[in-house]
Design a protein around this ligand. Structure first.
Ligand code: HEC
Length: 262
């Protein structure tokens, strides 16, 4: 009798183990494939090799040893050289650098209406974060008209607007700060994407060759943190990643969504 109980117990244990293995294999299969990492070419002269977000264009920074960071000026120089190299290979792509944005600001050209500017790069005045619109108040479902709790107050809308602006401003801060990005060589996103230009958040989701999958904006952010910023990929729920995403989208307020566009 006792032996039989032990045998049953062993059998039940085996069933649980097999079921758990099958379940974990299934859930693993459902998870997205492992995130690709940059295949950075080997260094020739012992310097750090920095790669662009395209996963192709790279250059070796002479004299920069692994673990060393550049000064802000050096980092600007390297990012400019990288972008010049990229631009030579993509002569028909328009890429906005800070000087061009500043020039546009000085000539105080009116920003084209969103419909006219759809899909085009629009220079935003440097240093500003567009604010969300509060808009008309939606009626609250299931509430009687005249009910004191039927609609939100102006104070509520103000709080929500402030919270959203704070979130976007936090993303802006991180975007411009190599340390906050976890960067190791002194590079930050704004060096190539002033005011988040050239990031085209409205074109996501879209297939990105370097990631070999249909990417969301956040996938590209993480990919660019790895290189050229040379930081460690953020966890998908990292508040910094969420803030970066908020900032990049906020910069394109008014531009029509055009997912899949290249
Ligand atoms: C050294 C210059 C450089 C830096 C620094 C840089 N990028 Fe990029 N980024 C590029 C280039 C070049 C491309 C275009 C790649 C391509 O054509 O595939 C690009 C592409 C992107 C795209 C996709 C744009 C599109 O049209 O779909 C996003 C999003 C992006 N970068 C975000 C970032 C973020 C966020 C950071 C900071 C973590 C960053 N980049 C840092 C040069 C840079």
């Amino acid at each position: 009798m006792r032996r039989r109980i032990i045998a049953y117990a062993i059998l039940a244990g085996a069933v649980v183990v097999i079921a758990a293995a099958a379940y974990s294999r299934e859930t693993r299969a459902q998870e997205s494939p492992a995130v690709l990492t940059h295949q950075v070419p080997a260094s020739k002269d012992g310097g750090v090799v920095v790669m662009l977000c395209d996963g192709k264009t790279s250059m070796e920074v002479k004299g920069l040893k692994a673990g060393q960071s550049m000064t802000h000026e050096q980092a600007l120089q390297v990012t400019r050289e990288l972008m010049a190299k990229w631009q030579r290979e993509h002569p028909d792509q328009k890429w906005q650098m800070a000087e061009q944005i500043a020039q546009k600001d000085e000539s105080s050209q009116p920003v084209p209406a969103p419909s006219a500017a759809a899909g085009a790069d629009v220079a935003k005045p440097s240093g500003t974060v567009p604010s969300p619109q509060t808009g008309a108040k939606p009626p609250t479902l299931g509430m009687q008209q005249g009910d004191t709790y039927a609609s939100f107050t102006d104070r509520d809308y103000k709080i929500w607007k402030n919270e959203t602006e704070k979130f976007v401003a936090e993303g802006k801060r991180i975007f411009h700060d190599t340390k906050e990005l976890g960067g190791t060589i002194g590079v930050s996103c704004d060096m190539c994407h002033p005011d988040a230009s050239n990031t085209h958040p409205e074109t996501y989701p879209k297939y990105q060759v370097q990631l070999q999958k249909v990417a969301l904006l956040r996938d590209m952010i993480v990919w660019c943190i790895e290189n050229p910023v040379k930081g460690k990929a953020f966890n998908p729920n990292d508040p910094k990643l969420r803030a970066l995403e908020a900032y990049i989208y906020a910069q394109r307020k008014g531009i029509a969504l055009d997912y899949g566009k290249h």
